[in-house]
Ligand binder design. Structure first.
Ligand code: FCX
Length: 435
């Protein structure tokens, strides 16, 4: 099958059986205990939900459908042989668990282009906001307006059977993925380029088209955008954006409502907004010292100064990872290949030596190593996308690739409404006293 829908339709019955059997035969199996630490510590380490597309090992990092980042870079089709993986290929992999052929990826590119038309009222909804509104606010508003076209909502209103939920969900997810770049590019051009908009180019793949609509056509930037979207697509189900999507999708909120929930979580500075914060932090250092050629001692001083003022060092630390994020390493390798002498790249390289020992000395940071947000902004900045307050929108466009497939599977597998138990402080003390 070159067509993703047909491929998926074939896979669903087998997976439905698998889940049914697990529930029937092994529903009682314990996966771990819930401790007071988990309740007070943001549910760290609590295995609590199903996520098909990817999983994160604390030491090794993410695997997409069992494949490491280098394996994906090798196996997934690229725009030109030997190039970076196409985001469409990652979408196919996340949804089906299979590595697509180039023909399948091309067909998906074509399908997404054919779904890409954005209704004018979505742009008007953005226009209703002041230009100074944060890029994420403008983006989420535009995406929210796209919800008017939800196929799932229409189908539910006309009484669709539960067994068919996944079909309009698929339609919505594909439409949403197809339409989001034009909305995101509109925000960029409106906010930073005087509303000088650039239409989609029908000859380009997904990542290249997004870059083109933003106003960047350098072939290296197109490759970087493909890699960036692929790498940021998914990071298992527990991170704030994926978890928010999973929760909000669970009462059958349609994919648009679900994706906006994810974006709002992503806009938090401890999650996706960290990519903006990293560049902002670096710019402050450069401004203060007066040059990007900063000595190790000066850098150490600035790190201490940030920590002493009660702030975090953005781009470092993680809720699950305990080693350097392989997504960081992958983007760094791209930078080493294409911009080894860029002064800001040299600065973040120095930072990666300076920060971990200082964070380790604090004695409380579980992971002092760089995360995915530590170097992505440097690359965009190098290619001319210098407006850091836009960076989280780029992350958002890419997160759609992981969230959409999971939502389709949630509907196909008939996953229920999420409703975990909470506890009062009195009850927590009472239970603790008994233990
Ligand atoms: N700088 C300073 N302090 C840090 C730190 C950092 N980079 N990372 C962790 N800490 C501190 C925490 O603030 C916490 O302090 P507290 O006990 O006084 O409240 C302590 O160390 C223990 O936190 P830890 O268990 O290691 O980390 P958490 O799982 O609670 O939080 C995040 C993980 C990512 C939120 C944390 O490391 C952080 O704030 N990092 C900086 C922001 C960032 O880069 N976020 C992006 C993460 C990710 F890649 C993404 O989602 O995009």
């Amino acid at each position: 099958n070159n067509d993703l829908y047909s491929e998926l339709k074939e896979l669903i019955p087998e997976q439905q059986e698998r889940v049914k059997k697990l529930k029937k035969d092994y529903g009682h199996v314990e996966l771990g205990k819930t401790t007071v630490d988990m309740v007070l510590g943001g549910m760290r380490g609590m295995t609590a939900s199903l996520w098909l597309g990817s999983s994160v090992d604390p030491e090794e990092g993410v695997r997409f459908r069992g494949m490491s980042i280098p394996e994906c870079q090798k196996a997934l089709p690229a725009a030109a042989p030997g190039g970076e993986p196409l985001p469409e290929a990652m979408l196919w992999l996340l949804l089906t668990g299979k590595t697509p052929s180039k023909a399948q990826v091309d067909s998906l590119s074509q399908e997404l282009r054919s779904r890409a038309a954005v209704p004018d009222y979505a742009f008007k909804a953005i226009d209703a906001l002041p230009v100074e509104a944060h890029a994420m606010t403008q983006f989420a508003t535009g995406v929210m307006a796209l919800q008017v076209q939800s196929e799932f909502q229409k189908a539910y209103e006309s009484g669709i059977a539960k067994s068919k939920y996944w079909e309009p969900t698929y339609e919505d997810c594909m439409n949403l993925i197809a339409r989001v770049p034009a909305v995101a590019a509109y925000v960029y051009r409106r906010k930073y380029k005087d509303g000088n908009f650039i239409p989609m180019d029908d000859s380009l793949d997904y990542g290249a088209n997004y870059s083109h609509m933003l106003g960047f056509d350098d072939p290296k930037m197109l490759e970087f955008m493909r890699l960036y979207i692929t790498m940021h697509s998914d990071h298992e189900g527990g991170n704030v954006s994926a978890h928010a999507a999973h929760l909000v999708g669970s009462p059958l909120s349609d994919p648009y409502l679900t994706f906006v929930a994810a974006l709002n979580g992503l806009a938090g500075p401890l999650h996706g907004l960290a990519n903006q914060e990293v560049l902002r932090w670096i710019r402050h250092v450069v401004q203060e010292v007066g040059t990007p050629h900063i000595s190790t001692e000066q850098l150490k001083d600035y790190v201490h100064k940030t920590l002493n003022s009660g702030q975090v060092i953005p781009g470092y630390g993680h809720g699950v990872l305990r080693k350097t994020d392989p997504r960081y390493t992958c983007l760094r390798e791209f930078a080493l290949k294409h911009l080894p002498d860029d002064p800001l790249f040299l600065l973040v390289s120095k930072l990666k030596e300076v920060v971990p020992p200082i964070l380790t000395q604090l004695g409380k940071v579980k992971n002092p190593w760089p995360n995915v947000d530590a170097d992505s902004g440097i690359l965009f900045n190098y290619f001319g996308l210098t407006e850091e307050s836009y960076y989280t929108v780029l992350f958002g466009v890419s997160r759609n690739f992981g969230i959409g497939p999971q939502l389709i599977w949630d509907r196909a597998l008939g996953m229920p409404l999420e409703r975990p138990k909470s506890v009062t402080l009195e009850k927590l003390q009472e239970l603790s006293a008994k233990a």
